[in-house]
Design a protein around this ligand. Structure first.
Ligand SMILES: Nc1ncnc2c1ncn2[C@@H]1O[C@H](COP(=O)(O)OP(=O)(O)OP(=O)(O)O)[C@@H](O)[C@H]1O
Ligand SMILES: C[C@@](O)(CCOP(=O)(O)O)CC(=O)O
Length: 187
């Protein structure tokens, strides 16, 4: 049974904007109070099971997952159409820390789930196309123009986090998030 969180930090952002990097940095700063959760984890596990694939390899950052990305997106869309909260519930079921970081929100229904159930800070991780390209992003039809990449384009997050390579600026923004988390923990 999951512990009721004092704060859920929900990250969204384009591919290679740096969501995982931000999550790793926050994990170092918030240490034992933070549970890092991925909505794509139960999605990939279930997809792998139904399709006879290796879930671990879908979860790492190798090119293996890219082979299946388009079909995983389609498969995930079908599931979410039937039950928009399905992967949100699964991803948080075992969370046992007081602060949660959901590092891959992709749709307004993901945001709605967390903002309606918990105290939430929604954060859009932003990086320019040039910077994302330097990090290996290549525009892909069926991926970069699909809802899983674009559905939150017009969604207003509470914080826009700039991650264009300026480490001092990134650290300041991460400290703001940590300050909020620590203030909630003290209440
Ligand atoms: N501020 C940063 N400083 C140094 N490296 C960074 C920074 N932000 C991102 N990176 C690097 O850029 C690459 C892409 O970042 P990351 O995997 O965090 O993006 P993402 O948004 O999670 O991508 P995807 O949605 O495709 O999984 C990684 O190799 C990561 O280490
Ligand atoms: C299938 C999907 O979960 C892949 C996410 O992969 P990743 O976060 O880029 O490792 C995207 C989606 O939810 O539509």
């Amino acid at each position: 049974m999951a512990l009721q969180p004092v704060l859920v930090i929900v990250l969204c952002g384009k591919r290679k904007s740096g969501k995982d990097h931000v999550a790793e940095r926050l994990k170092l700063m918030l240490k034992d109070v933070l549970a890092v959760l991925q909505l794509s984890k139960p999605l990939k596990e279930q997809y792998a099971k139904e399709h006879g694939l290796d879930a671990e390899r879908l979860l790492d950052s190798s090119s293996y997952k890219e082979t299946y990305r388009r079909d995983m997106i389609r498969w995930g869309e079908e599931r979410r159409d039937r039950d928009p909260a399905h992967f949100c519930r699964l991803a948080t079921a075992e969370a046992d820390k007081p602060v949660w970081l959901v590092c891959d929100a992709r749709r307004p229904t993901d945001m709605d789930y967390f903002t309606s159930h918990y105290p939430t800070l929604t954060v859009k991780v932003c990086a320019s196309e040039d910077v994302r390209k330097e990090r290996g992003w290549v525009w892909t039809d069926g991926v970069d123009n699909a809802p899983s990449e674009c559905a939150l384009d017009d969604y207003s997050c509470q914080m826009l986090l700039s991650n264009n390579g300026d480490n001092v600026m990134l650290t300041q923004q991460l400290e703001q998030i940590c300050d909020l988390a620590f203030s909630k923990l003290k209440l």
